[in-house]
Design a binder for this molecule. Structure first.
Ligand SMILES: Nc1ncnc2c1ncn2[C@@H]1O[C@H](COP(=O)(O)OP(=O)(O)OP(=O)(O)O)[C@@H](O)[C@H]1O
Ligand SMILES: [Mg+2]
Length: 240
């Protein structure tokens, strides 16, 4: 599915979080959203994922057949990993199985799919552990498993590996790369880790002050950014 944001604006009280943002995330692409703290990345992601409404502008999902109606069937093809998402006070298995059970997936298939995704995230031995007993890296891997288990068409991730060690980060990155690339999933990931953006993304969107400043192919934005602001951000010269 393609996700297209047209002229999105959003304010909270007197604070403008997004000002006339237009951007598209083409079907099957891996997009990284970068930019300083407070630049509107999380707000943009929540609006794109249909979790929040913009004050003005529109979010349009399309596929080969045209514009998709925003209904439960569309929402069920979108998965989101947000910072501070908490797991249910239940086993790891049940946390991950939930997304399939609410979709009425047959018990045997639930078990297969949950074990498969837990295996990919190196969590097989934790399937029956209580989710609340996990380390932060393990809990974050469960959050990713929970988002992926129902095979969404669009996946939105807000800093999914923040404060994780390199091992946990690599496990998550590997799964995102395999699952995303292999199955045509549209992925939008916010990150402050520029190396991670370079490792994973095909397209990079740079935001500043609630605006989309630059949107480019990954290699180009890191080697030859078009805008002075992008260049300053990437070389650590934002304060002048
Ligand atoms: N629910 C909210 N209520 C009030 N203000 C908000 C809300 N969400 C975001 N804002 C404000 O909107 C602006 C953009 O915030 P946002 O969280 O989108 O930035 P961000 O780019 O994700 O930053 P960070 O890198 O720190 O996560 C900030 O000034 C923030 O204070
Ligand atoms: Mg944020």
């Amino acid at each position: 599915m393609n996700v297209v944001l047209k002229n999105i604006s959003k304010s909270y009280g007197g604070c403008t979080a997004l000002a006339d943002c237009s951007v598209s995330f083409p079907a099957g692409t891996f997009n990284a959203v970068i930019g300083p703290n407070g630049s509107g990345k999380s707000t943009l992601l929540r609006i794109a994922a249909l979790l929040e409404r913009p004050d003005s502008g529109e979010v349009v999902y399309t596929d080969g057949g045209g514009v998709l109606r925003v209904d439960l069937s569309l929402r069920r093809r979108i998965a989101v990993v947000l910072p501070g998402d908490s797991l249910f006070n239940d086993s790891v298995f049940n946390n991950v199985a939930y997304a399939l059970r609410i979709r009425g997936v047959e018990r045997r298939v639930v078990s297969e799919r949950v074990h498969d995704i837990l295996g990919r995230l190196r969590l097989s031995d934790k399937a029956h552990a209580g989710a609340r007993s996990l380390s932060s890296g393990e809990a974050q891997r469960v959050a990713v498993a929970r988002a992926l288990v129902a095979e969404p068409r669009c996946l939105f991730l807000d800093e999914p590996t923040v404060s994780l060690d390199p091992v946990n980060t690599e496990i998550i990155e590997t799964v995102l790369r395999e699952i995303g690339r292999g199955r045509g999933m549209t992925i939008v990931m916010i990150t402050h880790n520029m190396f991670q953006a370079q490792r994973l993304a095909e397209r990079v969107i740079f935001m500043y002050g609630g605006r989309i400043i630059e949107e480019a192919e990954c290699e180009r934005i890191f080697t030859a950014p078009e805008k002075e602001l992008t260049s300053r951000f990437l070389t650590g010269r934002m304060v002048w």
